[in-house]
Design a protein around this ligand. Structure first.
Ligand code: NAD
Length: 251
C-alpha cells in the first residue's frame, strides 16, 4: 500500500528508536521523508537504510529545542518539493526525578525539547499545509502524560501538555482540514527505554511481565499507528489521543 505517494513528511527524532521506525514506514509507503535529529550521523544512517530499501529520504541535523532551527528545518523541507504534507513531532527526552530531586535545568530542557519544539515547528509548517488545503500532524505524547508513572514529573507534565496542545491545535485548525492527533505509547523497546531500564536496575524481561499482552511494544508497532493517523484512511480522526500499550496500566 502506498498511502504517501508524492507526499513530503518531516519526522523529528528520526535517528532514534520510534522515530527511525516511523521514517522507514512512511518511506516504504512512498513518502519523501525528512529524517531529522539532533544526532545528524544517526539521521544519515536511517536515510542510508531507507535508500537501500528503494525509498526516498533526506537527513537534516537540527536541534529542535531552538526556534530558529525549527523554522530553518521547515524551510529546507518545503524547498525539497514545495509542499509539506505530514509532520511527525516525535523527538523527546526523558529526565527522571520528582519535584524535589529534579534540577531546574532538567525541568527547563524537558519543556523546550518535548513541548516548545512542537509549538515552533507547527507554527513553521502550518501555513504551508493551510495553503495546500490540508495536512496531518502526529505528535508523540505518552501513556505517562495521561496516567503519570512515579518519579518523572517533568516528562509526564510535558507529555500531558503535548496531549492538550494536540487537542487545541486540532480544534483550531480542523476547519482548515489540518488533522492533528497524538499517539500515547506505553513501554516501547528503544534506546530511551533501555537507558531507563539500566538506571532502575531492571531488565526488559521484568518489563515484559508487567504488560498484560506479555511483552513490551516494538517501534514498528507505533510506526504503523502513526502512519495510519497520518494517512487519508484516518480522514475523520482529529484531536484523538491514541494509546498503544498492550493493555498495560501504569503502576
Ligand atoms: N520508548 C518508550 O517506551 C516511549 C514511550 C512513550 C513515549 N515515548 C516517546 O517517543 C518518542 C521517541 O522516543 P524513543 O523511545 O524512540 O527515544 P530515543 O531516545 O530512541 O529517540 C529520541 C530521539 O530524539 C532525538 N532528540 C533529542 N533531543 C533532540 C533535540 N533537541 N533536537 C532534535 N532531536 C532530538 C534524539 O537524538 C533521539 O534520536 C519520544 O517523544 C518519547 O518521549 C517513548
Amino acid at each position: 500500500m502506498k498511502r504517501f505517494e508524492k507526499k513530503v513528511a518531516i519526522v523529528t527524532g528520526a535517528g532514534g528508536g520510534i522515530g527511525s521506525a516511523i521514517a522507514r514506514r512512511l518511506a516504504s509507503e512512498g513518502a519523501l521523508v525528512v529524517v531529522t535529529d539532533l544526532n545528524e550521523d544517526a539521521a544519515g544512517e536511517v536515510v542510508k537504510g531507507i535508500e537501500a530499501e528503494g525509498g526516498a529520504a533526506t537527513a537534516i541535523g537540527a536541534d529542535i529545542s531552538k526556534k530558529d532551527a525549527c523554522f530553518d528545518l521547515a524551510r529546507k523541507a518545503f524547498a525539497l518539493n514545495e509542499r509539506i504534507d505530514v509532520l511527525v513531532n516525535n523527538a523527546g527526552i526523558n529526565r527522571r526525578g520528582n519535584l524535589l530531586s529534579l534540577s531546574d535545568e532538567d525541568w527547563d530542557i524537558s519543556f523546550t525539547v518535548n513541548l516548545d519544539s512542537m509549538f515552533h515547528l507547527c507554527r513553521a509548517v502550518l501555513p504551508h499545509m493551510i495553503a495546500r488545503g490540508g495536512g496531518a500532524i502526529v505528535n508523540t505524547a505518552s501513556q505517562w502524560g495521561l496516567y503519570p508513572a512515579p518519579n518523572h514529573i517533568a516528562y509526564n507534565t510535558t507529555k500531558a501538555a503535548v496531549a492538550a496542545f494536540t487537542q487545541n491545535l486540532a480544534r483550531d485548525y480542523a476547519p482548515d482540514k489540518i488533522r492533528v492527533n497524538a499517539v500515547c505509547p506505553g513501554e516501547i523497546h528503544t534506546p530511551m527505554l533501555e537507558a531507563g531500564v539500566t538506571r532502575s536496575g531492571r531488565t526488559i524481561a521484568d518489563l515484559d511481565k508487567l504488560v498484560p499482552f506479555g511483552r513490551i511494544g516494538k517501534p514498528d508497532e507505533v510506526a504503523a499507528l502513526v502512519a495510519f493517523l497520518a494517512s487519508d484512511e484516518a480522514a475523520f480522526m482529529c484531536g484523538s489521543l491514541v494509546e498503544i500499550t498492550g493493555a498495560q496500566a501504569v503502576a
